[in-house]
Each structure stands twice: as C-alpha cells, then as structure tokens.
Design a protein around this ligand. Structure first.
Ligand code: 16G
Length: 200
C-alpha cells in the first residue's frame, strides 16, 4: 500500500543514522581550518548529515563516480542497499555534504564500524569512499569530511581507524594525523572477476 505524500517525504529524508552523532567537538582537534569550519558550520548553504533515501535524486551516485567506477544503479537498487545498511545498526555511517542551494550532494565519506573479539571485543573504524566534487575544491571539504568521520570513530570508541588510498593521497591523510606505521604499512588485495550482484 502506498503511503501519503507526508509519509513518503518523511521516509525519503530518514537519516541512515542518528544525526545528533555529528555534533562533534572540533575544538579538540589539531587540524586547523582557515576559515574555521565544522560539521555544524561547514560553509555557506552547506550541511553535513547522514545519508538519506532522497540523496539518490540529489546526485549521490554521480558524486561517487568521481571516486571510482559505480555503474548504473537504479533507485530501487540504491534504496535496497540503504535499507540493508540501516538494518545493521551501529555499523554504517555514510555521511554527506549537501549544497542546499542546488540540493546536490557535493561530498561524502563513510565510517564502517567493525565489531571484533580482539582488544576485549573492541570496535575498529574504517574510513571509506571519501569524495568531494571537483566543483567544490578549495573549500576544505575533504579535510572536513575526513575529520568528521575520524572524530565520529573516536566518539564511538573505536580503538583505531584505518584506510587505504591511492599513493598520491598519502600526504593528505598524513597531514590529518594518519600514520604509516613502521612494519605494518601495507595493504593487500585480490580483485575478483565477479560480475554477479551480491545477494543477501
Ligand atoms: C579508495 C578509497 C576506498 C574506495 C576505493 C575504491 C578512501 C580513503 N579510500 O581506496 O574507500 O573503496 O578507493 O577504489 O576513500 P576501487 O574501485 O579501485 O576499489
């Protein structure tokens, strides 16, 4: 049964996670922003918030294609993936920057919180899929979204946060406090030639 317009609007703006978690204290971090910006004041007409279903129509998928190959994702596929992420509480923190003048998503990054047995059943953060629109360079938005996710991981009691990136991005991350640890700075992978969609 189809819901009312109000119900549909409420559903399409339903945040993937609790937006209050983004009230982070940027005054405690060493990274300097000039001019000063934070998740609550990211710049004129910009907002930082959790992903919501309406973001499909706000260019979220097109933005991701500035990072890597995304392929054709239908709205239905997007909504199904959003729903399965939402069904895993305390795990997926896909965070976006929206320009409210154009209703476009101009930046995004994801925190994944992985549950462990080690370190007394600790949780580990993973920073993934960091992207800022080419048209929004020079506004410190990359730094902002990375530090937002980093502080969020700390706030959620992750014992560490890790990432992998292209070599040319290393200076950006080292400038924000990420370290290539001696004896452990490697990242290995096998790329599978798997064309079938993931089934849950
Ligand atoms: C980068 C991203 C990673 C993303 C991958 C996609 C960051 C910190 N790293 O390594 O999250 O999943 O690119 O590249 O954003 P791929 O399509 O070659 O796997």
């Amino acid at each position: 049964m189809m819901g009312s317009d109000d119900e549909n609007a409420a559903l399409s703006s339903e945040p993937l996670y609790n937006p209050d978690l983004l009230r982070l204290d940027f005054s405690q971090i060493k990274t300097k922003f000039d001019p000063p910006i934070s998740p609550s004041e990211p710049g004129e007409a910009l907002i930082v918030r959790p992903l919501c279903p309406a973001d499909y129509d706000k260019g979220f998928v097109q933005l991701l294609s500035q990072l890597t190959k995304v392929g054709n994702i239908s709205k239905d596929q997007f909504l199904r993936r959003y729903t399965t992420m939402k069904a895993c509480p305390n795990t997926y923190y896909v965070t976006v920057i929206e320009d409210t003048r154009s209703s476009h998503i101009v930046g995004s990054a994801t925190l994944i919180v992985e549950q462990k047995f080690i370190h007394e059943c600790a949780v580990r953060g993973r920073l993934e899929d960091v992207v800022v629109s080419d048209d929004y360079r020079g506004k410190q938005l990359g730094k902002l979204i990375i530090m937002t996710i980093t502080l969020l991981a700390q706030h959620l009691n992750c014992y560490k946060i890790t990432l992998d990136c292209k070599d040319r991005m290393i200076p950006l991350y080292t400038g924000l406090g990420y370290k290539l640890e001696q004896g452990g700075s490697n990242y290995m992978q096998i790329r599978f030639d798997n064309k079938k969609p993931f089934k849950l």
